[in-house]
Design a binder for this molecule. Sequence first.
Ligand code: SF4
Length: 317
Amino acid sequence: MTVHEQPRLNVLLANPRGFCAGVERAIQIVDRALDKYGAPVYVRHEIVHNRFVVEGLEKRGAIFVEELDEVPADAVVVFSAHGVPKWVPQDAERRKQFYLDATCPLVSKVHVEAERHHRDGLHIIMIGHEGHPEVIGTMGQLPEGAITLIETADQAATVDIPDPERLAFITQTTLSVDDTAEIVDTLRKRFPRISVPRKEDICYATTNRQAAVKDIASRCDLLLVVGAHNSSNSKRLVEVAERAGCSRSLLVQRAADIDWEKIGQPGTLGVTAGASAPEVLVQEVLDAFQQRFDVQVTEVDGVSEDVIFKIPRVLRD
Ligand code: SF4
């Protein structure tokens, strides 16, 4: 089949998309640790939720584990970008492991906020997804019972807390901006004196990627999110697309995972990527479409991001 016989496809590429500053920093920490200390470098949990990234680092000598008892004494271990409960670095010290913390500074900011509320004698409601490593890490900054987790507006309407006058809330950084606004609204109506974050906990990268999807969603017949199934911010992008007027949105890890039957013959395709998905996977997906369609790509204008987070001093030279 010649190019001229292929069906025409307009592709709208959302901006910004893909890697955020926290993910770049976390990957750089593992990379630099491998340069400086040599392989193997252990990493507790997937450094960021993306198999392609993890496999690339494995090829360089990173070993991914879930718990520190899988890491030998004297080894170098990196904690993932999602953050860890307080007992994890303490446990690493006890095991005589040398650790590097790749927790995103914007997650650490929420940890600090939680500690401040606790010091001030406030009970904390955390809005987040149960079982997500970031939520486990944030709740693990404080003693058990100090934080109550809720996920929905219904839970916000019924949650039992010790004292409505002494209450604060924090959130996971990668939530849906709109869902969270509804949950916060419910909390504020029920608990008018609730202490709110000084600055939004949902991070700039999550906010910007959701806004970019909203911008193109109603113009697309289908919107693909390049990202992993365990990536919270990628899953939120799929939901945001559908709510913002795109009839279908799918999460794909990479080109090889595309189910072409499901793709059908869209006239306009939106493409974005979660904060842990590298641009090379977006380009791979575009190439796969170019094999089957006569593709016209438009890069949509969006907020430009210039956030950079420094890596730990010990790895800087
Ligand atoms: Fe940090 Fe946001 Fe990226 Fe998570 S998505 S690593 S909080 S910048």
